[in-house]
Design a protein around this ligand. Structure first.
Ligand code: PMP
Length: 391
């Protein structure tokens, strides 16, 4: 074959540890805490009748179906972020919004500030376009504000990427104080915010308001990303963004250049569900199912990891984030041994632009295992960690 001549940016498309693990995790018999798949058995049936109109199978508009944009503007409004339908763009999953944000904002060497740890596929796309990823340490209720301000002041990032509700991977959920403080700093340093919220609706026990930071900004520009993947079937690839009006024309052109428009039947099904009477009951059912699984994982973790790790019980989202104590490390060697014994997990290093920061961390998904699998899988995993510490 002739030599492949590829764009220089492909050199930055690293082979992903995550892909390798997910491939191993689907082997028959594997107990997998690795992926982030929502629980299919808890999802409501999609209103397929809403997709029956043959007219929907013709090309549509790049911005999205008017009914979808209208319904989504209302859905976003319920969070406290008031947007008009003109500010909504239908996406093929919120991942597409991350791709657009990267194309819109990142040149070679552009500094982008992210939480450390952060969402792997966001880091991946930002790096593909040449971003210099800067990290800010994160605790259970928000970022380290002194470090955040120092980064804004000293490094002048062009954009800040945050996941303030039930963060992937850490489960962190920003307090209102943290949200206000972050918004004030972004305004002060005039820095664009990309706020990503796929887990907002997977709220299990929340006793505080979770106003989007975008709603608290007075001058800084913003892009707000949302998704139906965690509540209404990820295979439909239904996501959306809302943005500051000045950014919308650019984002619509990026949508045209990427895929012309998002599939129309899915938009109509989602719009129908958003307007349906059963919506609140569907979400309640989903949350109760997740709550039971989250609690089962917590019980099994206390038994097998209580002496060797620290964690905060997640109040939403799909993950537990563990920090190992003492000399214990969740290295690639531990992962290989765990996979050989039939348990998959996600090593912390995958979630950091500087992987060594994650050596003592691991992410565990709780939404897809039975209590019995949790018991067995966590016992095996704890044993692998101990054996490696002794070796
Ligand atoms: N952002 C975050 C933080 C995520 O965890 C995910 C999915 N794992 C996405 C975006 C993308 O979701 P989707 O494209 O399915 O909407």
């Amino acid at each position: 074959m002739a030599r492949l001549q590829l764009a220089r940016r492909t050199e930055r498309l690293k082979s992903s540890l995550v892909r390798d693990i997910l491939a191993a995790a689907v082997q028959p018999g594997m107990i997998s805490f690795a992926g982030g798949l929502p629980a299919a058995d808890l999802m409501p049936a999609l209103p397929l009748a809403a997709t029956a109109d043959a007219g929907l199978y013709q090309y549509g508009s790049s911005e999205g179906e008017p009914a979808f944009r209208e319904a989504v503007a209302g859905w976003i409004g319920e969070t406290g972020l008031k947007v008009s339908p003109d500010q909504v763009l239908a996406l093929a999953g919120s991942q597409q919004g991350l791709d657009f944000a990267a194309k819109l904002l990142i040149d070679e060497g552009t500094p982008v500030l992210c939480e450390a740890p952060s969402y792997v596929a966001a880091l991946q796309v930002f790096e593909l376009f040449g971003a210099k990823i800067l990290g800010v340490p994160l605790s259970a209720d928000g970022p380290d504000l002194a470090a955040f301000e120092a980064r804004l002041r000293e490094d002048r990032p062009r954009a800040v990427y945050l996941i303030p509700c039930f963060q992937n991977p850490s489960g962190a959920c920003y307090s209102m104080d943290a949200r206000r403080a972050v918004a004030a700093l972004l305004d002060r340093y005039d820095t664009l915010l990309i706020e990503d919220e796929p887990y907002r609706s997977v709220a299990l026990d929340v006793d505080q308001p979770m106003t989007p930071i975008c709603a608290l900004l007075e001058r800084a520009p913003w892009i707000y990303l949302g998704s139906f993947s965690k509540i209404l079937w990820p295979g439909w690839r239904m996501g959306y963004l809302a943005a500051h009006p000045a950014l919308m024309p650019h984002l619509v052109r990026l949508k045209q250049a990427a895929d012309l428009h998002t599939q129309r039947p899915g938009q109509m099904a989602v719009a129908h569900w958003l307007g349906s009477e059963g919506r609140a009951a569907d979400l309640d059912g989903l949350r109760s199912g997740y709550r039971l699984r989250r609690d089962a994982m917590q019980t099994a973790l206390q038994r097998h990891f209580g002496d060797i790790a620290d964690w905060t019980v997640p109040r939403g989202g799909l993950f537990f984030w563990l920090r190992l104590r003492g000399e214990l490390e969740a290295t690639r060697a531990v992962l290989d041994q765990a996979l050989a014994q039939g348990v998959a997990f996600m090593p912390g290093e995958a979630f950091f632009a500087e992987p060594e920061l994650g050596r003592q961390c691991l992410r565990l998904n709780y939404s897809r295992s039975t209590p019995e699998e949790m018991e067995r899988g966590l016992a095996l995993l704890a044993r692998c960690l101990h054996e490696h510490a002794l070796a």
